[in-house]
Design a protein around this ligand. Sequence first.
Ligand code: ATP
Length: 274
Amino acid sequence: SVERKTKTRTPSYLTFEDIGGQDRAKNELKEALDFLIKHEEIKKFGIRPLKGILLEGPPGTGKTLMAKAAAHYTNSVFVSASGSEFVEMYVGVGASRVRDLFKDARTRAQKENKDSAIVFIDEIDVVGGKREGGQHREYDQTLNQLLTEMDGIHTTDTPRILIMAATNRKEMLDSALLRPGRFDRHISVDLPDKKGRMHILNIHAKNKPLAVNVNLEKVAEESFNFSGAQLESLMNEAAVYAMRENVDLIEHRHLSLAIDKVIMGEKSDRESNK
Ligand code: ATP
């Protein structure tokens, strides 16, 4: 069998081309981002700035990739944190971390001479969960700080700040976060369909030597319900199988074994979480 042409590149940034499938989500996101880019027109028409975009969907579907691509698309600096990083035992620490995150975004934009910054918060539900029954006082302060930061964003600011957040439990979010002028643009990032899976497999096969007998369409068919992260793992495991066998190319059977391995891995993860 003949080796497929492989191309390797190590980009320092990520673009929408690096994200497989998700055509609808990508288009919705780009459309929203155009508001950030066309800020002069936005000002002229007196439209209030877009402050927050919420990405929601199951784990591993590419929400973080989307946020990074958004930063490249808008020529913004990218700063990020995960909701769980704001959870601390001591009162006030979470809130001050939120403040630092935004300060960092502004400082970096200035240093890198960019006029916008994207602040990405993964697992927003950890800090932005519904406030009920007086528990979680510490989370309250953190969430309040986040709301304060959002409310403090104005059209005339330099750098312009856009907040993006990801969650797989949108229904858990406090309604204060979802009000107009906060996270009022929601984009769902779902599990890929077959075409999407094939696209993702192709992206992750780019730097791998595949045998010509490999039929990625068949692999896409057999990986029903896989997330992007699982497809990445599938390609990687297949390469590991091939390497262990001391062969030059990844064959179809390596991919079949890898599919089973990823499915089994998920199962045993779930069992051990019981
Ligand atoms: P989580 O909710 O678990 O944080 P996520 O939706 O943010 O997940 P990412 O972190 O963006 O998922 O994806 C994890 C990895 O999975 C990526 O680094 C990439 O290798 C792969 N991946 C996920 N989705 C895609 C996709 N649509 N195209 C290409 N690769 C993907």
